[in-house]
Design a protein around this ligand. Structure first.
Ligand SMILES: *Cc1c(COP(=O)(O)O)cnc(C)c1O
Length: 427
Protein backbone atom coordinates (compact mmCIF):
# COMPACT_ATOMS: atom_id res chain seq x y z
CA UNK A 1 0.00 0.00 0.00
CA UNK A 2 1.44 3.39 -0.91
CA UNK A 3 0.61 6.34 1.28
CA UNK A 4 -0.18 9.86 0.21
CA UNK A 5 2.61 12.42 0.25
CA UNK A 6 2.11 14.49 3.40
CA UNK A 7 0.11 17.61 2.67
CA UNK A 8 1.95 19.73 5.25
CA UNK A 9 5.09 19.87 7.39
CA UNK A 10 2.91 19.20 10.41
CA UNK A 11 1.53 16.03 8.89
CA UNK A 12 5.00 14.80 7.91
CA UNK A 13 6.28 15.31 11.44
CA UNK A 14 3.17 13.76 12.95
CA UNK A 15 3.57 10.64 10.82
CA UNK A 16 7.28 10.53 11.67
CA UNK A 17 6.47 10.68 15.37
CA UNK A 18 4.14 7.74 15.05
CA UNK A 19 6.61 5.26 13.54
CA UNK A 20 10.19 6.49 13.40
CA UNK A 21 13.04 5.99 15.84
CA UNK A 22 15.89 8.47 15.27
CA UNK A 23 19.61 8.06 16.03
CA UNK A 24 20.98 9.61 19.24
CA UNK A 25 17.53 10.95 20.05
CA UNK A 26 15.64 10.89 23.34
CA UNK A 27 12.10 10.80 22.00
CA UNK A 28 10.74 11.45 25.47
CA UNK A 29 11.93 15.05 25.48
CA UNK A 30 13.32 16.12 22.16
CA UNK A 31 11.66 18.64 19.90
CA UNK A 32 10.14 17.64 16.58
CA UNK A 33 12.57 16.68 13.82
CA UNK A 34 13.24 19.26 11.11
CA UNK A 35 11.16 18.47 8.03
CA UNK A 36 13.69 18.66 5.18
CA UNK A 37 12.43 19.07 1.64
CA UNK A 38 15.65 19.37 -0.32
CA UNK A 39 19.24 20.54 -0.09
CA UNK A 40 21.49 22.55 -2.34
CA UNK A 41 25.08 23.68 -1.85
CA UNK A 42 25.58 24.69 1.77
CA UNK A 43 21.82 24.96 2.45
CA UNK A 44 19.04 22.73 3.72
CA UNK A 45 15.53 23.72 2.62
CA UNK A 46 12.70 22.89 5.00
CA UNK A 47 9.20 21.96 3.90
CA UNK A 48 7.87 25.17 5.46
CA UNK A 49 10.05 27.34 3.22
CA UNK A 50 12.83 28.08 5.73
CA UNK A 51 16.46 27.70 4.65
CA UNK A 52 19.30 26.69 6.99
CA UNK A 53 23.08 26.79 6.52
CA UNK A 54 24.30 23.21 6.97
CA UNK A 55 26.97 24.27 9.49
CA UNK A 56 28.04 20.70 10.27
CA UNK A 57 27.98 19.18 6.78
CA UNK A 58 25.15 16.83 7.81
CA UNK A 59 27.25 14.97 10.41
CA UNK A 60 30.66 15.80 8.91
CA UNK A 61 29.98 14.03 5.65
CA UNK A 62 28.93 16.47 2.89
CA UNK A 63 32.17 17.60 1.32
CA UNK A 64 31.54 19.70 -1.79
CA UNK A 65 27.98 20.73 -0.97
CA UNK A 66 24.56 19.18 -1.42
CA UNK A 67 23.31 18.22 -4.87
CA UNK A 68 26.63 18.67 -6.64
CA UNK A 69 25.91 18.16 -10.36
CA UNK A 70 29.14 16.21 -10.96
CA UNK A 71 28.29 13.70 -8.23
CA UNK A 72 24.67 13.37 -9.38
CA UNK A 73 25.85 12.75 -12.94
CA UNK A 74 28.32 10.05 -11.76
CA UNK A 75 25.54 8.43 -9.71
CA UNK A 76 23.07 8.33 -12.60
CA UNK A 77 25.58 7.12 -15.16
CA UNK A 78 26.78 4.28 -12.93
CA UNK A 79 23.25 3.28 -11.91
CA UNK A 80 22.39 2.76 -15.58
CA UNK A 81 25.51 0.66 -16.18
CA UNK A 82 25.82 -1.58 -13.11
CA UNK A 83 23.80 -0.88 -9.97
CA UNK A 84 25.10 -3.60 -7.69
CA UNK A 85 26.79 -6.95 -7.70
CA UNK A 86 28.29 -9.09 -4.95
CA UNK A 87 32.01 -8.49 -4.44
CA UNK A 88 33.01 -12.03 -3.44
CA UNK A 89 34.32 -13.68 -6.57
CA UNK A 90 33.33 -10.71 -8.78
CA UNK A 91 34.87 -7.35 -9.55
CA UNK A 92 34.08 -4.17 -11.48
CA UNK A 93 35.77 -1.13 -12.87
CA UNK A 94 34.53 1.49 -10.35
CA UNK A 95 35.90 -0.55 -7.41
CA UNK A 96 39.26 -1.20 -9.03
CA UNK A 97 39.78 2.33 -10.33
CA UNK A 98 38.75 3.89 -7.01
CA UNK A 99 41.14 1.61 -5.09
CA UNK A 100 44.02 2.61 -7.35
CA UNK A 101 43.16 6.29 -7.07
CA UNK A 102 42.83 6.15 -3.28
CA UNK A 103 46.16 4.34 -2.91
CA UNK A 104 47.81 7.00 -5.09
CA UNK A 105 46.85 9.78 -2.71
CA UNK A 106 46.81 7.98 0.65
CA UNK A 107 49.61 8.50 3.17
CA UNK A 108 52.49 6.04 3.31
CA UNK A 109 52.85 2.72 1.55
CA UNK A 110 49.34 1.34 1.64
CA UNK A 111 48.60 -1.09 -1.15
CA UNK A 112 45.33 -2.92 -0.33
CA UNK A 113 41.75 -1.71 -0.10
CA UNK A 114 38.93 -3.51 1.74
CA UNK A 115 35.55 -1.88 1.11
CA UNK A 116 32.60 -1.70 3.48
CA UNK A 117 29.75 0.75 3.94
CA UNK A 118 30.18 3.04 6.93
CA UNK A 119 32.73 4.38 9.38
CA UNK A 120 31.99 1.81 12.07
CA UNK A 121 32.49 -1.08 9.67
CA UNK A 122 35.72 0.45 8.33
CA UNK A 123 36.96 0.41 11.94
CA UNK A 124 35.64 -3.12 12.65
CA UNK A 125 37.51 -4.37 9.59
CA UNK A 126 40.76 -2.76 10.76
CA UNK A 127 40.41 -4.17 14.31
CA UNK A 128 39.58 -7.66 13.06
CA UNK A 129 42.48 -7.63 10.59
CA UNK A 130 44.90 -6.70 13.36
CA UNK A 131 43.59 -9.21 15.93
CA UNK A 132 43.38 -11.99 13.37
CA UNK A 133 46.85 -11.28 11.98
CA UNK A 134 48.29 -11.74 15.50
CA UNK A 135 46.59 -15.12 15.70
CA UNK A 136 48.17 -16.04 12.36
CA UNK A 137 51.52 -14.84 13.75
CA UNK A 138 51.11 -17.18 16.75
CA UNK A 139 50.82 -14.28 19.18
CA UNK A 140 47.16 -14.63 20.14
CA UNK A 141 47.81 -12.96 23.49
CA UNK A 142 48.03 -9.61 21.66
CA UNK A 143 44.44 -8.59 22.24
CA UNK A 144 44.50 -5.11 23.77
CA UNK A 145 44.26 -1.94 21.70
CA UNK A 146 45.60 1.36 22.93
CA UNK A 147 43.21 4.21 22.15
CA UNK A 148 42.80 7.83 23.21
CA UNK A 149 40.64 9.17 26.01
CA UNK A 150 37.45 10.58 24.54
CA UNK A 151 37.95 8.60 21.35
CA UNK A 152 35.01 7.79 19.08
CA UNK A 153 35.28 5.12 16.42
CA UNK A 154 31.66 4.15 15.77
CA UNK A 155 28.71 2.39 17.35
CA UNK A 156 29.23 -1.31 16.62
CA UNK A 157 30.70 -3.48 19.37
CA UNK A 158 34.33 -3.48 18.27
CA UNK A 159 34.24 0.23 17.50
CA UNK A 160 32.56 0.92 20.85
CA UNK A 161 35.24 -1.13 22.62
CA UNK A 162 38.04 1.12 21.37
CA UNK A 163 35.88 4.21 21.86
CA UNK A 164 35.51 5.92 25.21
CA UNK A 165 32.43 4.44 26.91
CA UNK A 166 31.82 7.68 28.78
CA UNK A 167 29.05 8.78 28.48
CA UNK A 168 27.11 7.02 25.70
CA UNK A 169 28.31 3.45 25.82
CA UNK A 170 28.39 3.01 29.56
CA UNK A 171 25.48 0.51 29.60
CA UNK A 172 27.39 -1.72 27.17
CA UNK A 173 30.60 -1.73 29.20
CA UNK A 174 30.28 -5.40 30.31
CA UNK A 175 30.08 -6.48 26.68
CA UNK A 176 33.09 -4.56 25.35
CA UNK A 177 36.57 -6.00 24.91
CA UNK A 178 39.54 -4.57 26.74
CA UNK A 179 41.20 -1.39 25.52
CA UNK A 180 43.67 0.90 27.25
CA UNK A 181 42.79 4.57 26.98
CA UNK A 182 45.47 7.24 27.30
CA UNK A 183 45.83 10.99 26.96
CA UNK A 184 47.50 11.99 23.66
CA UNK A 185 50.80 12.40 25.44
CA UNK A 186 54.23 10.81 24.81
CA UNK A 187 54.79 9.70 28.42
CA UNK A 188 51.29 8.24 28.74
CA UNK A 189 51.85 6.22 25.59
CA UNK A 190 55.22 4.90 26.76
CA UNK A 191 53.77 3.95 30.13
CA UNK A 192 50.85 2.08 28.52
CA UNK A 193 53.16 0.20 26.16
CA UNK A 194 55.39 -0.83 29.07
CA UNK A 195 52.45 -1.81 31.23
CA UNK A 196 50.77 -3.96 28.59
CA UNK A 197 53.95 -5.46 27.13
CA UNK A 198 53.22 -8.30 24.74
CA UNK A 199 49.45 -7.97 25.24
CA UNK A 200 49.29 -4.92 22.95
CA UNK A 201 47.62 -5.62 19.61
CA UNK A 202 48.00 -2.13 18.13
CA UNK A 203 47.07 1.50 18.51
CA UNK A 204 44.05 3.31 17.08
CA UNK A 205 43.74 7.10 16.84
CA UNK A 206 41.70 9.80 15.20
CA UNK A 207 44.76 11.70 13.96
CA UNK A 208 45.05 15.40 14.92
CA UNK A 209 41.36 15.94 15.75
CA UNK A 210 39.12 13.84 17.97
CA UNK A 211 35.74 14.69 16.52
CA UNK A 212 33.07 13.39 18.85
CA UNK A 213 35.28 14.20 21.87
CA UNK A 214 34.52 17.84 21.05
CA UNK A 215 36.87 18.61 18.14
CA UNK A 216 39.83 18.19 20.49
CA UNK A 217 43.13 18.82 18.74
CA UNK A 218 46.42 17.15 19.73
CA UNK A 219 49.91 17.98 18.49
CA UNK A 220 51.41 16.30 15.42
CA UNK A 221 54.50 15.63 17.54
CA UNK A 222 52.48 13.10 19.57
CA UNK A 223 51.54 11.25 16.39
CA UNK A 224 55.18 11.19 15.28
CA UNK A 225 56.20 9.80 18.67
CA UNK A 226 53.43 7.22 18.38
CA UNK A 227 54.60 6.21 14.90
CA UNK A 228 58.18 5.80 16.14
CA UNK A 229 57.07 3.65 19.09
CA UNK A 230 54.89 1.47 16.85
CA UNK A 231 57.88 0.99 14.53
CA UNK A 232 60.16 0.09 17.44
CA UNK A 233 57.74 -2.50 18.75
CA UNK A 234 56.44 -3.61 15.38
CA UNK A 235 52.86 -2.68 16.25
CA UNK A 236 50.21 -1.73 13.69
CA UNK A 237 48.90 1.83 13.84
CA UNK A 238 45.29 2.36 12.79
CA UNK A 239 44.37 5.89 11.67
CA UNK A 240 40.62 6.47 11.85
CA UNK A 241 40.23 9.27 9.30
CA UNK A 242 36.49 8.77 8.95
CA UNK A 243 36.00 12.42 9.94
CA UNK A 244 39.40 13.97 9.16
CA UNK A 245 39.80 12.50 5.66
CA UNK A 246 39.38 14.35 2.37
CA UNK A 247 40.74 17.71 3.34
CA UNK A 248 38.96 18.52 6.58
CA UNK A 249 42.22 19.29 8.42
CA UNK A 250 43.72 21.28 5.55
CA UNK A 251 45.62 18.30 4.11
CA UNK A 252 44.03 15.53 2.08
CA UNK A 253 44.54 13.28 5.12
CA UNK A 254 45.40 14.34 8.67
CA UNK A 255 48.25 11.78 8.68
CA UNK A 256 49.90 13.74 5.88
CA UNK A 257 49.61 16.96 7.81
CA UNK A 258 51.18 15.20 10.80
CA UNK A 259 53.79 13.57 8.54
CA UNK A 260 53.03 10.02 9.60
CA UNK A 261 51.96 6.92 7.69
CA UNK A 262 49.48 4.48 9.25
CA UNK A 263 49.41 0.71 8.71
CA UNK A 264 45.64 0.82 8.40
CA UNK A 265 43.58 3.80 7.28
CA UNK A 266 39.81 3.92 7.84
CA UNK A 267 37.80 6.25 5.62
CA UNK A 268 34.07 6.80 5.15
CA UNK A 269 32.01 10.01 5.61
CA UNK A 270 33.64 12.24 2.95
CA UNK A 271 34.63 9.34 0.69
CA UNK A 272 31.61 9.75 -1.60
CA UNK A 273 31.51 13.49 -1.01
CA UNK A 274 29.24 12.47 1.85
CA UNK A 275 26.26 11.50 -0.29
CA UNK A 276 26.31 7.69 -0.39
CA UNK A 277 27.24 5.06 2.20
CA UNK A 278 30.65 3.73 1.28
CA UNK A 279 33.73 3.09 3.41
CA UNK A 280 37.15 1.58 3.01
CA UNK A 281 39.97 0.20 5.11
CA UNK A 282 43.31 0.68 3.41
CA UNK A 283 46.23 -1.44 4.55
CA UNK A 284 49.69 -2.75 3.73
CA UNK A 285 50.84 -5.68 1.62
CA UNK A 286 52.22 -7.14 4.83
CA UNK A 287 48.75 -7.25 6.41
CA UNK A 288 47.30 -8.80 3.26
CA UNK A 289 50.02 -11.43 3.19
CA UNK A 290 49.31 -12.44 6.78
CA UNK A 291 46.09 -13.97 5.43
CA UNK A 292 47.56 -15.50 2.25
CA UNK A 293 47.69 -19.25 2.47
CA UNK A 294 46.82 -22.42 0.66
CA UNK A 295 44.40 -23.23 3.47
CA UNK A 296 41.05 -21.54 2.85
CA UNK A 297 40.39 -21.18 6.58
CA UNK A 298 43.17 -18.59 6.88
CA UNK A 299 41.21 -16.04 4.87
CA UNK A 300 39.66 -12.88 6.29
CA UNK A 301 36.12 -13.92 7.18
CA UNK A 302 34.38 -10.61 6.73
CA UNK A 303 32.13 -9.03 4.13
CA UNK A 304 29.01 -6.93 3.77
CA UNK A 305 26.17 -7.14 1.28
CA UNK A 306 27.08 -3.75 -0.18
CA UNK A 307 30.84 -4.20 -0.19
CA UNK A 308 32.22 -2.00 -3.00
CA UNK A 309 28.80 -0.91 -4.23
CA UNK A 310 29.46 0.30 -7.79
CA UNK A 311 27.37 3.48 -7.51
CA UNK A 312 29.16 4.42 -4.28
CA UNK A 313 32.54 3.75 -5.90
CA UNK A 314 31.68 5.81 -9.00
CA UNK A 315 30.55 8.76 -6.89
CA UNK A 316 33.67 8.44 -4.70
CA UNK A 317 35.86 8.64 -7.81
CA UNK A 318 34.06 11.77 -8.96
CA UNK A 319 34.33 13.26 -5.48
CA UNK A 320 38.05 12.57 -5.22
CA UNK A 321 38.58 14.19 -8.62
CA UNK A 322 36.66 17.29 -7.46
CA UNK A 323 38.63 17.35 -4.20
CA UNK A 324 41.95 17.42 -6.02
CA UNK A 325 40.89 19.73 -8.89
CA UNK A 326 39.33 22.30 -6.59
CA UNK A 327 42.01 21.97 -3.91
CA UNK A 328 39.36 21.33 -1.28
CA UNK A 329 41.95 21.03 1.55
CA UNK A 330 43.07 24.60 0.87
CA UNK A 331 39.48 25.85 0.73
CA UNK A 332 38.82 24.23 4.11
CA UNK A 333 41.91 25.98 5.49
CA UNK A 334 40.52 29.35 4.32
CA UNK A 335 37.09 28.59 5.78
CA UNK A 336 38.57 27.60 9.15
CA UNK A 337 40.68 30.75 9.34
CA UNK A 338 37.73 32.93 8.38
CA UNK A 339 35.52 31.36 11.06
CA UNK A 340 38.32 31.76 13.60
CA UNK A 341 38.82 35.48 12.81
CA UNK A 342 35.19 36.30 13.60
CA UNK A 343 34.92 34.00 16.60
CA UNK A 344 38.07 35.45 18.14
CA UNK A 345 36.04 38.51 19.08
CA UNK A 346 34.22 36.37 21.67
CA UNK A 347 37.31 36.86 23.86
CA UNK A 348 36.77 35.77 27.45
CA UNK A 349 33.18 34.70 26.79
CA UNK A 350 34.60 31.32 25.76
CA UNK A 351 37.07 29.02 27.47
CA UNK A 352 39.01 28.08 24.37
CA UNK A 353 38.80 28.71 20.64
CA UNK A 354 40.61 26.41 18.21
CA UNK A 355 40.66 25.59 14.53
CA UNK A 356 42.34 23.23 12.14
CA UNK A 357 41.59 23.08 8.44
CA UNK A 358 37.86 23.68 7.96
CA UNK A 359 36.93 22.85 11.56
CA UNK A 360 36.47 25.61 14.12
CA UNK A 361 35.37 24.89 17.69
CA UNK A 362 34.98 26.72 20.96
CA UNK A 363 34.34 25.65 24.54
CA UNK A 364 31.47 27.46 26.25
CA UNK A 365 31.70 28.21 29.94
CA UNK A 366 29.50 25.69 31.70
CA UNK A 367 27.78 26.30 34.99
CA UNK A 368 28.53 23.49 37.48
CA UNK A 369 25.06 21.96 37.10
CA UNK A 370 25.63 21.61 33.34
CA UNK A 371 28.75 19.51 33.88
CA UNK A 372 26.93 16.49 32.49
CA UNK A 373 28.10 17.97 29.22
CA UNK A 374 26.94 15.67 26.47
CA UNK A 375 23.66 14.80 28.09
CA UNK A 376 22.90 18.29 29.40
CA UNK A 377 20.21 20.74 28.26
CA UNK A 378 22.82 23.22 26.97
CA UNK A 379 23.45 21.60 23.59
CA UNK A 380 19.79 21.08 22.57
CA UNK A 381 18.99 24.64 23.65
CA UNK A 382 21.76 26.09 21.50
CA UNK A 383 20.73 23.86 18.62
CA UNK A 384 17.16 25.21 18.79
CA UNK A 385 18.37 28.81 18.95
CA UNK A 386 20.71 28.25 16.00
CA UNK A 387 17.85 26.89 13.89
CA UNK A 388 15.81 29.99 14.70
CA UNK A 389 18.72 32.05 13.38
CA UNK A 390 18.91 30.01 10.17
CA UNK A 391 21.83 27.69 10.91
CA UNK A 392 22.01 23.97 11.62
CA UNK A 393 24.49 23.36 14.43
CA UNK A 394 24.70 20.48 16.87
CA UNK A 395 26.99 21.22 19.82
CA UNK A 396 28.88 18.37 21.45
CA UNK A 397 28.16 19.06 25.09
CA UNK A 398 29.60 22.52 25.76
CA UNK A 399 31.58 22.52 22.50
CA UNK A 400 30.08 24.70 19.80
CA UNK A 401 31.68 23.98 16.45
CA UNK A 402 31.29 24.41 12.71
CA UNK A 403 32.48 22.18 9.89
CA UNK A 404 30.68 23.44 6.79
CA UNK A 405 31.00 22.01 3.26
CA UNK A 406 33.72 23.39 0.97
CA UNK A 407 31.22 25.11 -1.37
CA UNK A 408 30.08 27.59 1.30
CA UNK A 409 30.57 31.17 0.17
CA UNK A 410 32.55 33.66 2.25
CA UNK A 411 29.46 35.69 3.09
CA UNK A 412 27.77 32.58 4.46
CA UNK A 413 30.92 31.63 6.41
CA UNK A 414 30.61 35.04 8.07
CA UNK A 415 26.90 34.53 8.74
CA UNK A 416 27.68 31.15 10.26
CA UNK A 417 30.39 32.62 12.50
CA UNK A 418 28.22 35.60 13.51
CA UNK A 419 25.36 33.25 14.39
CA UNK A 420 27.74 31.23 16.55
CA UNK A 421 28.92 34.44 18.23
CA UNK A 422 25.32 35.39 18.99
CA UNK A 423 24.75 31.98 20.60
CA UNK A 424 27.58 32.36 23.10
CA UNK A 425 26.21 33.31 26.52
CA UNK A 426 27.79 36.56 27.71
CA UNK A 427 29.81 36.56 30.91
C1 LIG B 1 31.49 9.13 12.38
C2 LIG B 1 32.72 8.43 12.78
C3 LIG B 1 32.78 7.03 12.82
C4 LIG B 1 31.57 6.16 12.57
O1 LIG B 1 31.13 6.29 11.26
P1 LIG B 1 29.62 5.82 10.91
O2 LIG B 1 29.55 5.95 9.43
O3 LIG B 1 28.72 6.78 11.62
O4 LIG B 1 29.47 4.43 11.39
C5 LIG B 1 33.98 6.45 13.14
N1 LIG B 1 35.07 7.18 13.43
C6 LIG B 1 35.05 8.52 13.41
C7 LIG B 1 36.30 9.28 13.71
C8 LIG B 1 33.88 9.19 13.09
O5 LIG B 1 33.85 10.53 13.10
Amino acid sequence: MTRERPSSSEELVQRDRRHLWHPYTQHGIEADPLPILRAEGAFLHLTDGRRLIDGISSWWSILHGHGHPVLIEAMQEQARELDHVLFAGATHQPAVALAEELLDVAPGKLSRVFYSDNGSTAVEVALKMVLHSWIHASEPQRRVFIALEGSYHGDTFGAMSVGDPDPFFDPYRPFLFEAKRIRPDDEALDAALDELGDRVAGVIVEPLVQGAAGMRIHPASFLRHLRARCDQRDLPLIADEVMTGFGRTGSLFACQRAEIAPDLLCIAKGLTGGVLPLAATLTTERMFEAFLHDRRSRFFPHGHTWTANPIGCAVARASLRLTLENDVPRRFEEIGQRLHRTLETAGDDVDELRHIGGICALDLHTPPEDRAGYLSELAPRIRRNAIEKGVLLRPLGNVLYAIPPACIEDGDVDRLAETMLALIPKT
